[in-house]
Design a protein around this ligand. Structure first.
Ligand SMILES: *Cc1c(COP(=O)(O)O)cnc(C)c1O
Length: 357
C-alpha cells in the first residue's frame, strides 16, 4: 500500500469542450509522482497539480532513452460510475518492461492504487459523451545526471491523464494499411515486447512515409526475414481466413496488448479457433485474392477494435470485407466497448471500479 500525499490545485483549469477533444492534447488538473533512489526504493508517492518538470539537461533519459510507459483509460458509465479495464494487466506489463529496461519494478498493487487515486481526484475530467474517455499515461524516466551508458540509479514514475474524444468521431471507419517491407520495428533479443519510447522513435519514419502515401498505419513484418506479420503501429492485428482467426504470437517481438488478450478470450468463448503463431504476408495476400480473407482488424486501447479495409504489400493490394466492418469485428467492438462503458454486464471480471462520478 502506498501512502499517497495529496496536494490539490488551487487554480483548476477550464475544461475543454467535449465535442472537440481529439486525442492526448489537453491534460487534467493533477499528476501522480513517485521517485526512486537506491537507498530508499520507491518513495514519496504524491499527487500534485499538473506542472512541467525541471530536469538537468544531462539526464540519462534525454540521451539514452532509458524510459518506458503504459496506456490505459478510465470510462464513465451511464449510471455515473468511473471505472478501469483490467488495470492489473497494465501493471504486470509495466513490470516486464521495467525488467528489460533495467528500471526498478513497481508492485502491481501499488501501480493500480496510484492510477485509481489520480483518476478519483480528477474524476470530473472523465468525459460524459458517447465513446469518450480519460486516457491515462503512466511512465518512468531515468533521472541520473551524466553521460556514461549505465543503468540510472534514480528514477521518477509519473502518471498524467488526458480527456480524449471517441476514436471514431463519425462512426467506425475501416482503414488502409501499408505493409512495410524496408524498415523494421523489432527483432529477437530487442525490446519489441516492451512499451518503451525507443520502439516508437525507430518507427516514426516508416509511419510518416506511409501517411504521405495516404495510409493510416504501417503493418510491421518480422525483423529477420520480413516475411511474417507482427503488428500495426500501436495495435496488434488479427486476420480471419476461412473462419479461423490468426494473430502473431507474443514471443518477444510483439507487444502483448491487453485488448489483444481480451479479444482472444472473447473469440474463444464464442467458439472460434484462434491461432497464435507465424502467418506469412504472402499467404494473407493470396487468401485475399482468392476470396478467403474474411476480416482483418487491429486491437489496442485507443481505438479498441479497428477494421482494416485494404492491405498494400510491394505494390500488390487486397480489399477486405468490401470496405465495410465485418461481423466478427463488429461483435468484438460492441462487446469490448459495451463492457468498458458498462453497457453490458462484466461477465469476465475485467472491470475495476474507481468511484462514483
Ligand atoms: C500499446 C500497444 C499495443 C496495444 O496494447 P493495448 O494494451 O491493447 O493497448 C499494441 N502494439 C504496440 C506497439 C503498442 O505500443
Amino acid at each position: 500500500m502506498l501512502d499517497i500525499k495529496i496536494t490539490k490545485t488551487t487554480n483548476p483549469k477550464v475544461k475543454p469542450d467535449e465535442s472537440k477533444l481529439g486525442f492526448g492534447k489537453v491534460f487534467s488538473d493533477h499528476m501522480f509522482l513517485m521517485d526512486y533512489a537506491p537507498d530508499k526504493g520507491w518513495y514519496d508517492a504524491r499527487i500534485v497539480p499538473y506542472a512541467p518538470f525541471v530536469l538537468d539537461p544531462a539526464c540519462v533519459v534525454f540521451h539514452y532513452a532509458q524510459e518506458l510507459f503504459e496506456g490505459m483509460k478510465a470510462y464513465r458509465t451511464a449510471g455515473n460510475d468511473i471505472q478501469l479495464f483490467r488495470p492489473e494487466c497494465n501493471g504486470q506489463r509495466m513490470q516486464d518492461s521495467c525488467d528489460r529496461m533495467c528500471i526498478p519494478q513497481i508492485p502491481v498493487d501499488d501501480y493500480v492504487q496510484a492510477v485509481k487515486a489520480l483518476v478519483e481526484i480528477d474524476k470530473d475530467w472523465v468525459p460524459h459523451s458517447e465513446g469518450a474517455s480519460l486516457y491515462i499515461r503512466p511512465f518512468i524516466i531515468a533521472t541520473d545526471v551524466g553521460m556514461g551508458v549505465h543503468a540510472s540509479k534514480n528514477y521518477t514514475f509519473c502518471i498524467i491523464c488526458s480527456p480524449s474524444g471517441a476514436y471514431y468521431a463519425s462512426g467506425i471507419d475501416p482503414v488502409r494499411i501499408y505493409v512495410e517491407d524496408e524498415y523494421i520495428r523489432a527483432a529477437p533479443g530487442l525490446t519489441g515486447f516492451t512499451k518503451c519510447g525507443g520502439n516508437y522513435a525507430a518507427s516514426i519514419k516508416a509511419g510518416e512515409l506511409a501517411e504521405q502515401k495516404g495510409f493510416a498505419q504501417v503493418l510491421w513484418l518480422d525483423g529477420v526475414e520480413k516475411k511474417y506479420v507482427e503488428e500495426v503501429g500501436a495495435m496488434n492485428i488479427f486476420f480471419m481466413i476461412d473462419g479461423k482467426i490468426y494473430t502473431a504470437a507474443c514471443v518477444g517481438t510483439v507487444l502483448p496488448g491487453v485488448t489483444r488478450r481480451s479479444c482472444i478470450e472473447l473469440l474463444k468463448d464464442w467458439g472460434y479457433e484462434v491461432i497464435e503463431g507465424k502467418l506469412a504476408i504472402a499467404d494473407i495476400m493470396k487468401a485475399g485474392h482468392e476470396g478467403h480473407l474474411d476480416e482483418v482488424f487491429g486491437t489496442g486501447t485507443a481505438a479498441v477494435v479497428s477494421p482494416v479495409k485494404e492491405l498494400d504489400w510491394k505494390g500488390d493490394k487486397v480489399d477486405i470485407s468490401g470496405g465495410k466492418i465485418g461481423p466478427v469485428t463488429q461483435r468484438l467492438y460492441d462487446t469490448m466497448t459495451g463492457i468498458q462503458w458498462g453497457k453490458l454486464p462484466d461477465t469476465k471480471g475485467w472491470i475495476v471500479p474507481v468511484c462514483k462520478g
